[in-house]
Design a protein. Structure first.
Length: 181
């Protein structure tokens, strides 16, 4: 029993929740940060499908949370909702450096995963964005007529990706969000 406890403590554990009833109500710290960014389900127009996933990773005393909400619409509603994104959100227009050695806090402000094109939301005075510890991203897929809202929280993270790494943001999303886009 001691060995199992030691392995979980050192190597960490991971858990996921896909219960939509827990969306922004999981009791985790990410809820309070994400509420400023993520849409409430009640404010969404009629949708064809919706999925939610909250991942929590723990290693030693370090934890990270990643929240995903993907909403699929009919053609007309998707186009309308996609147009509203640029009115509701301001997107980054450049990557954010960490140091002079080629590391970045946000290495790509736009990136793609399969049919989704993602953009990182710009920091504002009205929210809890603090790169790379707490921030949101939005992905749109014209093929699937879906909008993906992603929020990340890990107050111990200092930068994303390694020096010279290709597709740092896509790799980051795959590692932490664990969602099949």
């Amino acid at each position: 029993m001691i060995i199992i406890t030691f392995i979980v403590f050192v190597y960490g554990c991971s858990r996921s929740n896909t219960n939509i009833d827990k969306y922004l109500k999981s009791g985790e710290i990410i809820d309070s940060y994400a509420k400023e960014f993520m849409p409430s389900i009640e404010e969404l127009p009629k949708y064809k499908d919706i999925s939610y996933k909250h991942n929590k990773e723990s290693v030693l005393w370090y934890t990270s949370d990643a929240m995903t909400l993907v909403v699929e619409y009919d053609d007309e509603t998707y186009k309308s909702e996609k147009e509203k994104l640029s009115k509701r959100y301001t997107f980054l227009s450049e990557k954010i450096p960490f140091d002079e050695e080629g590391l970045y806090i946000i290495p790509e402000y736009e990136f793609s995963i399969n049919s989704y094109d993602f953009k990182v939301i710009e920091e504002s005075d009205n929210d809890d964005t603090y790169y790379p510890k707490s921030f949101g991203m939005i992905g749109t897929s014209d093929d699937k007529r879906s909008i993906a809202y992603l929020y990340f929280y890990d107050f111990d993270l200092d930068c994303i990706g390694d020096k010279g790494e290709q597709s740092s943001m896509a790799n980051f999303v795959k590692e932490y969000f664990k969602y099949d886009f």
